[in-house]
Every structure is written in structure tokens, then in C-alpha cells.
Design a protein. Sequence first.
Length: 229
Amino acid sequence: MSRTVDSPMKGEYIYIYIFVSYRGNKTIKEILAPSKLKQLELTNEVAKTGVTNSNVGCFKCSKACKFCKLFLVHPDFITSYHTDKKFDFRHNMNCETKWVIYLIDDLVCKRSYVGSSEISTKSRWTNHKSHIRHSLATCEITKHFKEDKSNHNFNRKCKLNDFDNILKMHLNVTIIDYLTTDCNTQNLKNREAYWQNQLRTYSNYGGFNKRDPRTETSQSYMSQQQVQQ
């Protein structure tokens, strides 16, 4: 920046400020592993999940989605009512993500349930909600709502919007994991059992899930999938 004066002889001066900056050479790490690689990994993750947020976690979609608005939550970590352990999210997921593991928390009874779905969580939740509304005991969580009239005693024949607004005070949903490769039913059930163990959502811990002997033989799988902080 400079200031022009009439004459230097009058004791006035022209001040000139020079700013010097330095740009260092690229390090070996920057040369061998440029940041574009990280962006490529993010692009691949977004392509798989349909989510554009760069952070990992369970996110609400950008659409006018009633499931996201009323039931889906976005916690900082994964936990349940039955453990003090906290686990990091490893993926970027939303209501459209498929081959998922999800957590349902009963906000009234303070109990948790871990389920899985090959279809999107939003579609799976539509099934859960319909079964609760019509008192169909198709899984542990819907059976609980059918049988526990003291804690979940509300009008299920009301208008659907009213039913949704009531149900959101009883349940919320978190998408906690999903299969990125080898997407098949057995792998999904193994991952579901892993999270049921980690979050202790089995009935002997106070949760809703029943143990399935068919998914309790994969100890090597458990050790490979450790995500505890």
C-alpha cells in the first residue's frame, strides 16, 4: 500500500509496505498420496450411499421425508440403553442406504433393538410402523408394542399423521452400519449379530433381541469387525 505526497522536501514520506509469503515444496507424502485420493474415496462412498455429506454417520436426507423428520436421529456415536460403550460410525448413511444395520430405541421403556434390512431403512421402517399400527407381532419390537399396553397405550386407529406424531414420542431410529461389499443375507445377519452383541440388545441384558444360534459361530468375524473406541 502507498500514500502519495506533494513533495518529499516538506518532510512527508511515501510509505510502501511489502508482504512476503513463502510456499514450501511438496512433501513426499503429498507427492505419493495427494488429497485427490481422499476425494476419490469420498466420491465412491457417496456413490454407494447416495449421501453427499462428507462426514461419516447417520444423516437425514435432503428430501421432504417423514421418516427422517420424525424418527431418524443423528447421534455423535453409536450406543444403546444396555451398555456404556460408545462406538464410532464408519460410513456415511441415510434413509436410502440398503443392506443396513439399524438401531431402534424405545424411548418410554428405555430398551433397544438391533435389526437389519436388505432394502432401505425407510422402507423397512414403513413395515415396522404398519405392523405396530395393526398390532402384528412380526418381530420383537412389534410384539412388544402389541403386548405392552401400559407403556404404549395409544389410539392406533387415528389418522396416519396423528399416529406418526404419537409414535415418534415412543421410538427413534439410528442407522449404524451397512455392508459395502459381499452383500448377501448371511453376511448381513452376521453383521446384525455382531452389533447385537456389541450393544448388548439381547433380552438377557434387557434388550429386545433374541439370540439366534445360527449367527453365534463367527467369532473370527467378530474380531475382524471391532469398531469400539
